[in-house]
Design a protein around this ligand. Structure first.
Ligand SMILES: NC(=O)c1ccc[n+]([C@@H]2O[C@H](COP(=O)([O-])OP(=O)(O)OC[C@H]3O[C@@H](n4cnc5c(N)ncnc54)[C@H](OP(=O)(O)O)[C@@H]3O)[C@@H](O)[C@H]2O)c1
Length: 362
């Protein structure tokens, strides 16, 4: 194993006094094979890769647990991740900058930051130290604890990707969020409100208060026998975080002609897991095109499979809204990092009452 050397700039050092520090391994929760929560292992010797020129080393304080982590643990994305086992899961992080690469311009050692990795990142954040690109991090809102901050970035950047980058929502548009009570849903409500849209959503009974507090003008219980009939008007944009056939049918039927439907359950990974990266990738592109043509013809709408992407502008806006208290993703349960398996069980039970967050002893 080659030794990792990185440049650590001291925050207050006169003329940017620099230290060379060495760190090659650290504690992490590792996935040695796909399976249930019991396969997760805490190891003290997880290899920390070299810090790239635009990378930032973060001493992790808290890590949000996302549905993607659970699905990757079970083998989702195996076409990409199986050759890379053992993996470190985790996309979200909140913590302190401990070292920066030579091209990092904005962040300094000692900064308190939060951010998220891209879905395909190969080393995750369930670890004492995480490496992210500078553009994947922003200063943590001062009003938030690391635990609260770690619940926000991945879900919110997914909502940003769908509403702002894909649908390009405009002031005055009517937006429907299906699954408004989840982490992505709550962030989507906040982002759509901030853009000046009228926002409606579907959610469970237990989430009614939460979605209203987040700014939704209308909320319909998804267990209602006639969800479609509960809405008076049609929408310009539908973001379907659930993405099962029933929600897709309902969501599309609630759109105005010229509207946009986005499901977060795109089939690209399902295809690549089944047929391999190249053939599966091509098959997914064809399947998406077929759907797009079908719905254009039948309903006159655009159809998308947005995927979370890191986005510096998005993270800046998310940080601003979270600082103002306009974007909140409530934390339901916390666990120490070494109890990641328990945290996954709690998420699987769907009774966490909010985001599950891993806390790291620092
Ligand atoms: N494409 C991407 O890049 C991407 C990125 C992030 C997430 N995702 C996916 O997006 C989904 C949501 O993620 P999340 O982080 O928001 O998960 P989450 O916090 O666990 O939220 C899921 C929510 O779904 C709600 N729900 C379940 N069935 C519903 C239905 N039929 N109608 C309306 N709401 C329903 C539940 O609401 P109640 O609590 O109100 O019952 C729950 O709060 C996950 O499947 C995840 O894999 C995709």
């Amino acid at each position: 194993m080659s030794e990792v050397l990185f440049l650590a700039l001291r925050r207050w050092g006169a003329s940017a006094k620099s230290d060379i520090r060495t760190l090659t391994t650290c504690r992490a929760v590792v996935l040695p094979r796909f399976g249930g929560p019991e396969v997760l292992q805490v190891r003290d010797d997880s290899i920390l890769p070299d810090l790239g020129a635009s990378d930032v080393l973060v001493r992790t304080h808290a890590v949000g647990v996302n549905p993607l982590d659970m699905r990757m643990r079970e083998g989702y994305g195996r076409s990409l991740f199986e050759p890379l086992l053992p993996l470190v899961l985790g996309r979200d992080v909140s913590g302190e900058v401990t070292a920066v690469g030579s091209n990092v311009r904005q962040l300094l050692v000692g900064d308190q930051v939060f951010g998220a990795l891209h879905p395909t990142a190969t080393r995750g954040t369930y670890s004492d130290y995480a490496i992210l690109g500078e553009e994947q991090l922003a200063p943590k809102p001062e009003s938030l604890s690391h635990t609260d901050a770690a619940a926000i970035p991945f879900a919110s950047l997914t909502a940003w990707r769908a509403l702002r980058s894909t649908a390009k929502i405009q002031k005055g548009q009517k937006v429907l969020i299906m699954g408004g009570g989840g982490a992505v849903g709550l962030a989507a409500i906040a982002l759509a409100k901030a853009a000046g849209c009228y926002v409606a959503c579907t959610c469970g009974k237990r989430s009614m208060e939460k979605v209203k507090e987040a700014g939704a003008e209308e909320a319909v219980d998804y267990t209602s026998p006639n969800v479609k009939g509960e809405f008076q008007d049609r929408f310009d944009v539908v973001l379907d975080t659930i993405g099962v056939p029933e929600t897709e049918t309902t969501g599309i039927s609630l759109l105005l002609r010229g509207g946009q439907y986005m499901t977060l359950q795109g089939q690209t990974v399902t295809f690549t897991d089944k047929y391999g990266l190249i053939v599966g990738g091509a098959a997914a592109a064809v399947a998406l095109l077929q759907k797009q043509m079908q719905y254009k013809q039948s309903h006159g709408i655009d159809y998308w499979w947005p995927i979370m992407r890191t986005d510096a502008e998005g993270l800046e806006e998310i940080c601003r809204l979270a600082s103002d208290g306009r974007l909140k993703i409530p934390v339901g349960l916390t666990f120490p990092l070494e109890m990641a398996a328990e945290a996954h069980r709690a998420r699987d039970s769907k009774n966490a009452g909010g985001k599950v967050v891993l806390k790291v002893d620092v």
